[in-house]
Design a binder for this molecule. Structure first.
Ligand code: UT7
Length: 356
């Protein structure tokens, strides 16, 4: 059996912050409401494309693994905010990484995308089809935001994270996984004015918007993620007590707490960073993995449960066995170009457009 050991991890956090107080200058909201109802204090606004965010996160993961791009067989990029649709965004990341021998593909399962991609790449390694892959979650979700709508404008942020997996005989990496999609009510979370459903010959196309029925998504997210975790534990023949770290999708602190309660997991085992970044969709899990290592929550041989849900409604849960190493082989100097604007300055034109 070829296992798919995680040998590298990296993240890319764009520097420009948009605080709740900043947001309350553009839309009718306030810090207290946002913090109490969502747990979010600030989010990042990217000054670069999704491909650039993805490239930095992936290069950091390659350096962490101590390998070069030309050793990689597959670049899988989970995103629902691609830089370009054709050519796919993964192909540009492949080029940027000098991974010219690698297959390159975008995966869109919205917020569950990273766990879907990790499952796909792991299966290819398990089957002996490939040896090394980089899996990235990268999003520029604020590109879609309608800054005049307070219910959605407060929730999203930009960023990227990545892991490198390599074929290994050591029993580690993604060891059990369950993915699915509840399509009974797929319209309760979607982006408008995007895609070939639009009859562009008859109707003018307005700005995109993130539409969702918050309470309904909330309920389904808690139920879906908790059930998926139970399934995966059964598959892996483990009990919840065996799990050292829970890494849930970061969409709302109250959703995280509800899952934690359903699964009876103590606070010290749960990775939470939503306060800093908001919901970065497919990027939340790989960013949280990196920060869990940085903060010492993930330790040598940790047993990790991760769960996500997103538009579709897609859902996924994964049991990951970490390996011995919790430090990078090489400290990466991959970084974004400087940004000379604040978050508010970056969104200024988009805010004006939304008001018109
Ligand atoms: O992952 C993709 C998208 N994520 C989700 O859809 C996440 C799932 N849902 C949620 O996280 C929560 O449902 C939300 C954070 C979106 C909303 O929280 P809620 O506790 O379900 O609030 P609500 O929608 O029931 O609204 C409660 C009140 C309303 O006022 P009234 O009608 O009670 O007077 C809203 O108008 O809060 C008001 N409100 C706000 N007030 C200040 C809604 N958004 C805001 C805001 N600032 N940003």
């Amino acid at each position: 059996m070829n296992y798919a050991k995680i040998t590298g991890w990296g993240k890319c956090i764009p520097p420009a912050k948009l605080s709740n107080d900043d947001l309350s200058t553009v839309v009718d909201t306030n810090d207290e409401w946002i913090k109490t109802r969502t747990g979010i204090s600030e989010r990042r606004i990217s000054h670069v494309s999704t491909a650039e965010l993805a490239t930095v996160a992936a290069q950091q993961a390659l350096d962490c693994a101590g390998i070069n791009g030309d050793e990689i067989d597959l670049v899988l990029l989970a995103t629902c905010s691609p830089s370009t649709l054709v050519a796919n965004t993964a192909s540009l990341v492949q080029k940027n990484l000098n991974a010219t021998g690698a297959a390159a593909c975008d995966v869109n399962a919205a917020c569950s995308g990273f766990l879907y991609a990790l499952q796909n790449a792991t299966a290819q390694i398990n089957a002996g089809m490939i040896k090394k892959a980089v899996i990235i979650g990268a999003e520029r979700m604020t590109w879609y935001v309608n800054w005049s709508k307070r219910d959605s404008a407060v929730l999203f942020g930009d960023g990227a994270g990545a892991v490198v997996i390599e074929a290994s005989e050591e029993k580690s990496g993604l060891l059990a996984s369950k993915t699915g999609c509840d399509t009974s009510n797929r319209d309760i979370l979607h982006i408008t004015n995007f895609g070939t459903d639009i009859n562009k010959y008859d109707q003018p196309v307005g700005p995109s918007d993130l539409l969702f029925e918050g309470r309904e998504v909330f309920k389904r997210a808690v139920k879906g993620m908790a059930e998926a975790c139970d399934d995966v534990l059964e598959q892996a023949n483990l009990a919840l007590d065996d799990i050292n770290v829970l890494i849930p999708h970061q969409a709302n602190l109250r959703i995280i707490q509800a899952i934690q309660q359903k699964l009876s997991v103590s606070d010290d085992k749960v990775m939470v960073n939503i306060q800093n970044y908001g919901n970065t969709s497919a990027a939340t899990i790989p960013i949280a993995i990196c920060e869990a290592v940085e903060q010492g929550l993930i330790q040598s041989n940790s047993k990790i449960m991760s769960a996500a849900f997103g538009a579709g409604l897609t859902w996924a849960a994964s049991y990951i066995q970490w390996s011995d190493r919790i430090t990078p082989i090489k400290i990466s100097n991959a970084t974004l170009p400087d940004c000379d604007k604040t978050g508010l300055e970056l969104i200024n034109q988009a805010v004006l457009a939304c008001k018109n």
